[in-house]
Unconditional design. Structure first.
Length: 255
């Protein structure tokens, strides 16, 4: 018999027992469970105290599906930081084999990702895209409140309010009980006169339809090619008009 093989047998047994012990410890360890988390709402960067049990082996903390930074305080408590892309929903704590999810939802502050158009006259409609719009209570253009409706948790339609100005700047701000978010880009208030940005085609025979793009196309009463009024004008949206080239039109600007 090989002496070294005889000596290795107890070592293998010891390693096997150690692995079994580690498996038993992991199996017997309580799965994470979340009981409460003060405060229950906040903006990105807010520290949230998560209370519960079974946190010793915690590997990840998520606000809905957004991964958060955290530090373990004890088996029954950890402190997590609300991530920038947090979405309103439960807080989840994950270990190697299980997940504990809160019964209540954390309310994340709203966030704007985009808005369109970037300029309009008063009473124009602006579509605002982002996150966590279900609980929005106020939309402001600069410092002026606007009427709005949250069509989905990710979209708001707002009307540019009377009195909104570009002085000093006019960012869009949205507010909810969880906090407020100010757009990084300013919205430009123009008008109230209509503004033509362009048209297509740039040339055409009498009777040809022309698509005109711009802003403040509300209550349009006439479209002229040079100084000749079109006989057919269709207001498609607040930013688009279709008009036919009049029979006696000559070279000139559409207005």
């Amino acid at each position: 018999m090989n002496p070294s093989a005889h000596l290795m047998a107890p070592l293998r047994m010891t390693l096997a027992l150690a692995g079994l012990a580690a498996w038993l410890v992991q199996s017997l360890q309580a799965a994470p469970a979340v009981s409460n988390f003060p405060p229950t709402r906040g903006v990105a960067g807010t520290q949230i105290t998560v209370n519960g049990s079974g946190f010793t082996g915690a590997l990840r903390v998520l606000f809905h599906d957004a991964v958060a930074d955290f530090r373990l305080v004890s088996a029954s408590q950890l402190v997590a930081v609300v991530p920038f892309d947090a979405i309103t929903g439960p807080i989840r704590v994950e270990d190697a084999s299980s997940v504990g999810s809160s019964a209540a939802s954390f309310m994340a502050a709203p966030r704007i990702t985009d808005f369109n158009p970037a300029r309009s006259g008063t009473n124009g409609t602006v579509s605002i895209e982002g996150l966590n719009f279900s609980d929005v209570t106020n939309v402001l253009f600069g410092a002026t409140p606007a009427t709005f409706s949250a069509t989905t948790p990710k979209q708001i339609h707002a009307r540019v309010p009377q009195g909104a100005t570009n002085t000093p700047v006019a960012p869009i701000t949205i507010e909810s009980p969880a906090g407020r978010f100010v757009s990084s880009n300013a919205f430009t208030v123009i008008g109230p006169a209509p503004v033509v940005d362009g048209f297509w085609p740039i040339a055409g025979a009498p009777g040809a339809p022309v698509a005109i793009a711009g802003v403040n196309f509300t209550n349009i009463t006439a479209v002229q090619f040079g100084n000749v009024a079109s006989t057919r004008v269709v207001q498609v949206t607040e930013t688009q008009i279709h008009a036919d080239v009049p029979a006696s039109a000559v070279f000139g600007n559409a207005k």
